[in-house]
Design a protein around this ligand. Structure first.
Ligand SMILES: NC(=O)c1ccc[n+]([C@@H]2O[C@H](COP(=O)([O-])OP(=O)(O)OC[C@H]3O[C@@H](n4cnc5c(N)ncnc54)[C@H](O)[C@@H]3O)[C@@H](O)[C@H]2O)c1
Length: 259
């Protein structure tokens, strides 16, 4: 299938658990893919594996000059940028707000929020040059509720929602749609590896068992939604938020034995 044959997609965090899945699927459906990440080894490996139509660019989303270079490289290599996926994100080491140092706060906001802002700022003119396109920002269910010990991350993901809605209003008449995906807990290094040092990874203390769909999300679950939102099937959708969490935000499911 070549649903994305005429498209060039830049995926930030494109070597991560979800990002690499998005990159592979979009490439398989005909898109040119630009893998933007700070992990050069994984990025070069993925680009080599995919071959034609794939390129790695070293992109630190928190730095404006890095964005300018990545977008320029994308246009130089593939002629245009039509889809931007602001997927790069990092989690803070768990801590109460009163124990969170300002440097940690700033680092999480720089990557998750400023990184998304800079992506829209730098990517929108390129999408406009291409005649229009799509931006998808990856937030989190933690951007909908509160979560103890994760204030920097929660705040960064909440803020992405306001940024998305504002960008959708500013860019709609340029034929650019902007939407947000809110994944629940997805099986990637993000939850299986500690955010710092010897901290317990999220997978050590989170169980999906109480929820309506009692399993972890898989990257492919999120990719399926991303492909829909970036395809022409979603042409009337902008400024919208999609929760994809197996019922996590609903709270515990009715236990059969209690009925
Ligand atoms: N896994 C989950 O449970 C979960 C749940 C909700 C939302 N999310 C969000 O999904 C997105 C993808 O996460 P994932 O699960 O694939 O995690 P991951 O840790 O596997 O991947 C994150 C990627 O971001 C890259 N990255 C980190 N800092 C960067 C920077 N400054 N510039 C560019 N790239 C950078 C990393 O190198 C890595 O490739 C993130 O925004 C995350 O917040 C994840």
């Amino acid at each position: 299938m070549s649903r994305f044959a005429d498209q060039t997609v830049l995926v930030t965090g494109g070597t991560g658990g979800q990002g690499a899945g998005h990159v592979r699927a979009l490439h398989a459906e005909g898109a040119n893919v630009v893998i933007g990440d700070v992990n050069a080894e994984r990025g070069a490996g993925l680009a080599a594996e995919l071959g034609d139509g794939a390129r790695f660019v070293h992109l630190d989303v928190s730095r404006e000059e890095s964005w300018v270079a990545a977008v320029a490289e994308t246009e130089k290599t593939f002629g245009a940028l039509t889809i931007l996926v602001n997927n790069a994100g990092v989690q803070n080491p768990p801590a109460l707000i009163e124990s969170t140092d300002a440097a940690t706060w700033a680092r999480i906001l720089d990557i998750n929020l400023t990184g998304t802002f800079l992506g829209i700022k730098t990517g929108a003119p390129a999408l406009r040059r291409a005649g229009g396109g799509v931006i998808v920002n990856i937030a989190s269910t933690m951007g909908i509720g509160g979560t103890a010990f994760y204030a920097p991350y929660v705040a960064s993901k909440w803020a992405i929602r306001g940024l998305t809605r504002t960008a959708a209003l500013e860019l709609g008449r340029d034929n650019i749609r902007v939407n947000t995906i809110h994944p629940g807990v997805v099986a990637t290094p993000f939850i299986t590896e500690p955010a710092a040092g010897s901290d317990a990874p999220i997978a050590d203390f989170y169980s999906p068992e109480p929820f309506a769909v009692p399993r972890l999300g898989q990257p492919a679950d999120i990719t399926a939604l991303l492909l829909f939102l970036t395809s022409p099937d979603a042409a009337f959708i902008t400024g919208a938020e999609y929760v994809i969490d197996g019922g996590l935000l609903l709270g515990p499911a009715l236990q059969k034995e209690a009925a």
